[in-house]
Design a protein around this ligand. Structure first.
Ligand code: CA
Length: 224
């Protein structure tokens, strides 16, 4: 269970409570640190404070959802209903309004785990390509692909939007968890991914470049 919270008092209190309830807990005080934990450690639940110093909470939510199905409980001080609906639409599973009680957050987490939020459709199938977003593994025609963390994120993101064109800007925004990258970063990773899939840009099977727009992942033989 991962708690992303910049307020040290709240962070420690929630951490202690969850540990006392028998959970394995990691704490992160920044959005970027939290995003790193999500992809490397793969927590069973994320408790996400929306007011973080380094990234907007909604952006963090969208970035987690770009590649992971982990249940997300949002902790917010903003009480407007419109905000909540926006957050739930952006991929949050539930929310608590600050200041929340220990019992409240524990009950919400228990409900998320019981409901098995995030357990559905962890597997994406596109032609002979199978991407398991929970195990973070991928196979092509039954053969496991050896992918770096970022290559996997990229593939999972594209596979989750199979058949639609995704722009470089979208990829940078949703797959790269810091602002300091350029479109070239995307291109380099796409080239690597293409190589791992055993194809060339000139003769694509899955990764189709749409000139001037972006990239589309679709199964071989499907008309452009
Ligand atoms: Ca905060």
């Amino acid at each position: 269970m991962l708690v992303i919270e910049d307020d040290p008092d709240v962070r420690d209190a929630v951490g202690r409570l969850l540990v006392a309830s028998g959970h394995v807990v990691r704490l992160s005080e920044t959005a970027l640190g939290g995003l790193h934990e999500v992809t490397t450690w793969q927590p069973d639940v994320v408790v996400l404070d929306l007011g973080l110093p380094d990234l907007d909470g909604t952006a963090v939510l969208r970035r987690i959802r770009a590649t992971s199905l982990v249940p997300i409980l949002v902790a917010t001080a903003r009480e407007q209903e419109s905000e909540m609906i926006r957050l739930l639409r952006a991929g949050a599973d539930d929310y608590v309004v600050k200041p929340y009680s220990a019992e409240q957050i524990e009950a919400r987490i228990a409900a998320l785990l019981r409901r098995g939020a995030g357990r559905v459709s962890a597997e994406l199938v596109v032609g002979g390509l199978v991407v398991d977003r929970r195990a973070r593994t991928a196979t092509l025609d039954g053969t496991p692909l050896s992918l770096s963390r970022r290559e996997f994120d990229l593939l999972a993101y594209l596979a989750g939007r199979a058949g639609t064109v995704v722009t470089r800007r979208q990829l940078l925004q949703d797959v790269w968890p810091s602002e300091s990258h350029s479109a070239e970063t995307v291109d380099v990773h796409l080239t690597w991914l293409r190589r791992k899939l055993g194809e060339r840009a000139a003769a694509p099977r899955y990764l189709h470049t749409v000139r001037g727009v972006g990239i589309r992942l679709s199964p071989p033989g499907e008309p452009a």
